[in-house]
Ligand binder design. Structure first.
Ligand code: SF4
Length: 457
């Protein structure tokens, strides 16, 4: 398990005496990257110095709103110079607004915040954001930069799910500190449940806000593991899923240099998914591959079509999985022979096989393929997507005509062959269309599942 602590103040005096031991603890807990933010010129310089000494440490430079009164244009220029000149400065932060303690005047806070947002946009680095009791100004200032390539994370998020939605709509990530584990932090956990896993980062905010069960101790990066456990419960994923996805998110946001190899076989929860091709007979408007190469932290962009041997090697020992699912960034039946070979290999090991498909396999292969799948595929999840051919053609953009009819025929034949069938559609096609899709599934004797638009895996 690889973890990233995206916000930890190793540059504060609290860690001066035992920093090496703290970093050893972090490594032993699987923490492979730590981002250390600066809060003023001095702590920014120290973050850069730590980053140059320790390979896993990366720096951000910035001015905390508490320090805004003490900053002039020379300081801002020095920070910009640090950010431009060091490969290991990966962000501008910690910057933002804090009207709770108002240790600097709100006017100066806004002035410095705006100047550093502009710096981040100019030098194309993400921002690490602080907001306390300043929701309106904070949001307005960020919204004013919309469309200019600003990326970043709101750290130690303390707002409601409604405010989380506003921040997420700006394309920003969110991270919560250890206080999310406290018994009374019910609203924070509600906000965390609202954050799509693709926009969630891990952080400790050490030395502050130690999570349960370390609440009385000084916080340190190794404690990020306690958040993994909590998010696994909240998002109903495994701890491995949370670690992989949040590590991918932070690595991507801050360009932390971890490799994301293409995934032929990829676990999510207790299922093993197979990505056997990127070819497809549809070109759906909503296809996840149009938005990103990644699903749940797995890189599904293939640079070649894999062989059966490569797939078996990537699958490894499948004994711990409840099922093997043909899915990936393409239509598995485009590679029918490969699908059959691998399915037979899985069945030999007494594991269940599920096929996630657009249902056009017979159409694609020019013959009825259902008989060939009998005994190899236990269940098929077929994308119905629309209650009629006209809407299907509009949103799925199939390569050839009668794709919709072919998909329904495939579903009927699967059911007749004893393959358990579930028809699916997305929740963005309107209530009436969803109801009509459900009725089609019922009439065929298939199960039905409504999938959330923009949530895959
Ligand atoms: S059928 Fe699936 S893989 Fe193919 S374009 Fe549509 S969503 Fe993408």
């Amino acid at each position: 398990m690889q973890l990233i602590d995206s916000h930890c103040h190793l540059n504060l005096g609290d860690f001066d005496k035992d920093l090496d031991r703290v970093l050893t603890n972090a490594r032993n807990a699987g923490v492979v990257r730590i981002v250390v933010p600066g809060t003023n010129l001095e702590t920014s310089a120290k973050a850069v110095s730590l980053a140059s000494k320790y390979p896993e440490v990366f720096a951000a430079v910035g001015v905390h709103p508490h320090d805004a009164d003490k900053v002039d244009v020379n300081v801002l220029n020095e920070l910009k110079g640090m950010a431009k000149n060091s490969r290991k400065v990966v962000a501008i932060g910690e910057i933002g607004l804090d009207y709770f303690r108002n240790l600097s005047s709100p006017q100066n806070q806004r002035k410095i915040f705006d100047a550093l947002l502009e710096t981040a946009i100019e030098i194309r680095k993400p921002v690490i954001l602080h907001n306390r009791n300043a929701d309106n100004d904070f949001f307005e200032m960020l919204a004013s930069k919309r469309g200019r390539g600003l990326t970043g994370v709101v750290h130690c998020f303390s707002g409601s799910p409604v405010f989380a939605e506003k921040v997420l709509d700006l394309g920003l990530c969110i991270s919560f500190a250890g206080n999310i584990t406290y018994p009374k932090a019910v609203e924070l956990r509600e906000s965390a449940a609202y954050v799509p896993i693709e926009q969630l980062l891990l952080e400790t905010d050490a030395p502050y806000l130690s999570p349960e069960p370390k609440r009385t101790d000084r916080n340190e990066p190794a404690n990020v593991k306690y958040l993994v456990k909590l998010y696994a419960e909240i998002h109903k994923l495994s701890e491995d899923d949370i670690a992989r996805i949040t590590t991918h998110n932070a690595n991507k946001l801050f360009a932390l240099g971890l490799n994301d190899e293409m995934a032929l076989a990829y676990p999510i929860r207790d299922s093993l998914y197979l990505n056997i091709t990127n070819e497809c007979s549809n070109n759906c408007t909503f296809c996840a591959r149009n938005a990103s190469d990644y699903v749940k932290g797995h890189n599904l962009k293939l640079d070649h079509d894999p062989s059966a041997e490569e797939l078996m090697k990537a699958m490894g020992d499948i004994s711990m999985y409840s099922e093997v699912v043909f899915c990936g960034f393409g239509e598995p039946t485009c590679k029918l022979e490969l699908l059959k070979t691998i399915a037979a290999y899985v069945k030999k090991q007494n594991k269940k096989v599920r096929l996630n498909t657009n249902g056009q396999g017979s159409h694609i292969n020019g013959r009825n393929i259902v008989d060939e799948l009998k005994g190899l595929v236990d269940a098929a999840s077929i994308s119905l997507n629309a209650p009629n051919a006209a809407l299907y053609n509009e949103i799925c953009r199939p390569a050839s005509g009668r794709a919709y009819e072919g998909m329904l025929e495939f579903a009927k034949l699967c059911i007749a062959s004893g393959i358990k069938v579930e028809l699916t559609c997305l929740d963005n096609i309107g209530e009436d269309n969803v109801a009509a899709c459900k009725a089609i599934a019922e009439k065929l004797g298939a199960g039905f599942r409504l999938r959330h638009f923009n949530r895959v895996g």
